[in-house]
Design a protein around this ligand. Structure first.
Ligand code: CA
Length: 167
């Protein structure tokens, strides 16, 4: 009888332990992340200019999950308009875009003295554009296809550099 009672208690505790674990995952972790955002940790504002909608949306999702605030546009004109606001901590800029290509956008924003760090996305065949892009004031480039880890590392490096300039 005692043993049975103890078993029941033990089960109850186990259940509660499970409950608290779930509670922690569902409630505490998101609040912790929101708190971190409010403190301004890891809360950088990025612009993605990419006309391949699936890629653009995947990048957006990944970066948002990594606590970046992301605006996404799918063509060159919108890209230039947004970039010219100068509110971003970094721009992820595709080269081949409808209406206006990435190099042209880069040239325009540097002409306007906007120093937002720019990470160019290039296809393997666009070597000339890569060189051109760096000459026009890009900070870094990433060749498609790339893995998520590398993108995140380069975005971190890019935004870190910006922080150093401000400090
Ligand atoms: Ca493209």
């Amino acid at each position: 009888e005692m043993l049975k009672e103890n078993m029941q208690k033990w089960r109850f505790l186990q259940k509660n332990r499970y409950f608290f674990k779930t509670f922690k995952i569902i409630l505490i972790i998101p609040y912790y992340n929101i708190f971190r955002c409010m403190k301004g940790e890891n809360y950088m504002k990025l612009l993605i200019v990419e006309d391949e909608i699936q890629l653009a949306d995947a990048l957006t999702e990944i970066l948002k999950r990594n606590m970046y605030n992301v605006d996404t546009v799918y063509d060159g004109i919108d890209g230039l308009d947004n970039a010219l606001t100068g509110v971003y901590d970094g721009i992820i800029l595709d080269i081949m875009l409808p209406h206006m290509n990435g190099i042209e956008i880069l040239r325009q924003i540097r002409k306007e003295k906007i120093s937002t760090p720019v990470l160019l996305l290039t296809a393997r065949s666009e070597v000339e554009d890569k060189i051109n892009g760096l000459d026009c004031g890009a900070d870094d480039y990433l060749t498609k296809p790339f893995v998520t880890g590398e993108l995140l590392a380069r975005v971190r490096a890019m935004t870190r550099r910006k922080g150093e300039i401000i400090d």
